[in-house]
Write a protein of this length. Structure first.
Length: 754
């Protein structure tokens, strides 16, 4: 028997879905009409039609994405706080909906009026009398869960979790290998961070499983919604540690109705390259240090060289002497422009050729020839194409690509030595590599730094880019015309139109343009697992957001990268300089662990403390019914150092036992780097297509990973293989093992060689 209240909510939610379906149908019909309409052949009308079509496509995609859990809450307002229409109820959902009379029937979770749904407590009810969570299956409300803000409950309720039943249902649910949004159960401490101001650098520190990733992504969606005018045209960049991680989070923003965000791994921050492997820690530490910026600068500068002696040139049989002073003065002219190397080189060459042609003319005159203006132009051309002149000017100022600069730096020890007189030979040797070695994750910021100092290699490219920018401006004007002609009231939000629509012209969305352009500057950047970033990586991000509007989330205790900082003050230095906390950057903490059951968190924390890892303790919201299991594998002397195959059988048994408990959940096998490669074939013999290595494993029931790969991810069960091996291989103490042990949502198994 369904209670009257539940029946009422069912009816209300049915109406919301009916409205959603109607809007979807309207958008589909409008899209078909636009596609059918013959708009003629000129550029402007095509651009307009494409812009319309794209707008409707986006709208349809957005309406499709929000189908699941369209509405999840209701606020009952106190007397005197009624909504404009006199009703005491406000329904909260993934998007805002209005009925045919344009009366709001569902509030987008991001509007200010919805904040009370997340933040109200009995102590500070924020104008609400009660909060109701609507728990749905498909489109049907199956349960309602009420919290009454009654003054008598004040003491007990002030600190309690909101919507506890809904929250626990979300937390104990099986994991799929993809993160889902938490919009229905955002907690008050998380909501305050999500809705924090756009400006400045916001650092969010929290232990494992405290929802940092979830909060960062919801904040991106919130900021895009609330600051659409500013962010729609400049875009938001989300940076994560690895491809596997990006795959893990990829569904969250679309499910929140945001598709225009650029998502990149740290290895993908230099356009045209997706570095997936990193150097050994000692090399990564050298490459990541801030002093590399000075080295790259010196390397570029050393490619601008005044010759020590005069050079004899042969210009079509005429001998001419090129004095070092001429080169020096042309260089000064080029430096005065303050342009990057390749762009300033154009000025250098022009100035050198001008001076040389004057010299040549004088010399010819002194030999009794007449040289008029027309002859002067011919002389200039002769000089420009003369082999000797080309060699002399290139030797003085060579055009360079970032790739070539870095390859030379690594492959020419003498040149490196001349640029690093203070370095030891051992330190220099860490950078030594062949020219054809692939670039690593640590090379990415160096390439970007070099690109910044070198500028466009090819003058034509620079002109092309300028033309593209002009074309974009024209496209925006066209799209604005389309906006003026549009009659789609009620179908599309005015904010979407005003800011988002203009950019979605034939040249691609803001996100597509931003991702393809190294010099693009974003309106906001979200950095996840930010504790891992090196000073050089921070410099790349600082260049991408000159306004310094950042959300930086991470956990210092989980830092494992050799070049990463030891404190947030040091980490954000490249963004805010020496500004003290509270001036240009602020710090928030998350204190509740939503992922790991208490007994697993306790074991992980005890291990961290035993190994002097400074951790931020968080309160786990739940227990699980399974204690941490430990399997000891007796090794024969011949199996040492640990032979992965000797561990294989034990790991297989542990996985099989775990699958007996839950054969549909996700399992991660986390092992030392040296073990993973050998362990995987043994496991895949037993589990076949159910098992995958690295990022591929996220699509399978069982993933085999290193602690590094597992950063930021979570699984129903985790098997940590050879914990001491993981401990030993990390350059930052116990952080890798701490990451591994804090990935499970239900069960942790340790397999230890004896
Ligand atoms: N308010 C919430 N409601 C429901 N689930 C939540 C909530 N907050 C966090 N979670 C869930 O808790 C888990 C951990 O969250 P998340 O991955 O964001 O933590 P994290 O702090 O980034 O962890 P780590 O530092 O280990 O990467 C996720 O499954 C997330 O969906």
């Amino acid at each position: 028997m369904v209670s009257t209240e539940l029946a009422q909510e069912r009816r209300y939610v049915e109406e919301l879905y009916a409205r959603l379906d109607a809007l979807r149908l309207e958008a589909r019909t409008a899209l078909e009409r636009v596609r059918r309409d013959d708009v003629g052949g000129n550029h402007q009308s095509r651009s307009e039609r494409d812009a319309y079509a794209r707008l409707y496509e986006d709208r349809i995609a957005q309406l499709d994405e929000v189908d699941d859990r369209l509405a999840f809450g209701r606020l009952e307002l106190s007397d005197g706080d009624d909504s404009d229409d006199g009703s005491p109820f406000r329904y909260i959902g993934r998007i805002g909906l209005r009925d045919e009379q344009l009366k709001p029937i569902l509030l987008d979770w991001r509007v200010p009026q919805a904040a009370a749904f997340y933040q109200a407590t009995a102590a500070t009810p924020l104008g609400a009398r009660a909060r109701r969570h609507l728990i749905t299956e498909g489109r049907v409300v199956t349960r309602i869960d009420d919290e009454i803000f009654d003054s008598e409950l004040l003491v007990e309720q002030a600190d309690s979790l909101q919507g506890e039943a809904a929250l626990l249902a979300a937390l104990t649910g099986q994991r799929t290998g993809r993160m889902s949004d938490i919009v229905a159960t955002i907690q008050a401490e998380q909501d305050r961070i999500i809705r924090s101001d756009l400006g400045g650098v916001l650092v969010v520190q929290g232990g494992p499983g405290t929802g940092k990733t979830a909060v960062a992504l919801h904040r991106a969606a919130y900021l895009l919604y609330s600051h659409r005018e500013r962010l729609a045209s400049s875009g938001v960049l989300v940076v994560g540690p690895s491809r596997a991680f990006l795959q893990y989070i990829e569904a969250v923003l679309p499910s929140l109705g945001e598709t225009g965000v650029v998502v990149s791994s740290v290895g993908g921050l230099y356009s045209g390259l997706e570095a997936v492997h990193d150097d050994a820690p000692e090399t990564a530490r050298v490459k990541g240090a801030a002093e590399m910026a000075g080295l790259i600068k010196r390397a570029v500068r050393s490619r601008q060289r005044v010759p020590l002696e005069a050079i004899d040139l042969d210009i079509n049989g005429e001998r001419l002497t090129l004095e070092p002073g001429l080169i020096a003065s042309a260089m000064n002219r080029a430096w005065e422009t303050r342009k990057p190397h390749n762009e300033a080189r154009v000025v250098f060459v022009k100035s050198a050729l001008n001076q040389l042609s004057r010299l040549l003319a004088e010399q010819l005159r002194s030999h009794g020839n007449t040289v008029d203006d027309a002859d002067q132009a011919v002389l200039r051309e002769d000089l420009r194409t003369s082999h000797d002149v080309v060699v002399a000017l290139n030797t003085a100022w060579l055009p360079l690509t970032p790739e070539k600069l870095l390859q030379d730096l690594y492959a020419r020890p003498q040149w490196l030595a001349s640029l690093t007189p203070q370095w030891s030979n051992e330190k220099r040797a860490l950078l030594r590599r062949d020219r054809d070695a692939v670039f690593t994750i640590s090379d990415v910021p160096l390439l970007d730094e070099a690109a910044e100092l070198l500028g466009e290699y090819n003058a034509q490219n620079a002109a092309l880019k300028r033309e593209e920018k002009l074309q974009k401006k024209r496209d925006i004007e066209n799209a604005e015309n389309a906006i003026r002609n549009m009659q789609v009231e009620g179908l599309v939000h005015a904010e979407d139109l005003a800011a988002g629509f203009a950019e979605r012209s034939v040249r691609g969305t803001t996100a597509e343009q931003a991702a393809a352009d190294r010099t693009w500057t974003y309106g906001h950047i979200v950095v996840d697992e930010a504790q891992e970033l090196s000073p050089m990586q921070w410099r790349v991000l600082a260049r991408r957001c000159p306004l310094r509007s950042f959300t930086v989330v991470g956990d210092m205790a989980q830092a494992s990268a050799a070049a990463s900082a030891r404190s947030w003050q040091d980490a954000v230095h490249p963004l805010v300089g020496a500004s003290p906390l509270g001036e240009r950057w602020r710090l928030e903490e998350l204190t509740v662990n939503y992922r790991t059951p208490a007994q697993i968190a306790a074991v992980a924390e005890a291990m961290a403390e035993k190994n002097q890892l400074p951790i931020t303790r968080a309160t786990a919201v739940r227990e699980s019914e399974w204690p941490v299991s430990t399997t000891i594998v007796e090794l024969r002397p011949s199996d040492r150092p640990v032979d992965p195959e000797a561990l294989g059988d034990a790991v297989i048994t542990v996985i099989e036992d775990d699958r007996d408990i839950d054969d549909r959940g996700t399992v991660a096998v986390i092992a030392p780097e040296a073990t993973v490669g050998a362990l995987y074939p043994a496991l895949s013999e037993s589990f076949g297509r159910d098992i995958g290595l690295g990022a591929q494993g996220l699509n399978r029931a069982i993933a085999v990973l290193t602690a590094q790969d597992a950063k930021g991810l979570e699984f129903d069960a985790v098997v940590v293989v050879d914990p001491d091996g993981i401990l030993a291989e990390s350059s930052r103490g116990a952080s890798g093992l701490y990451v591994a042990m804090t990935r499970p949502t239900q069960r942790l198994h340790l397999v230890r060689p004896s």
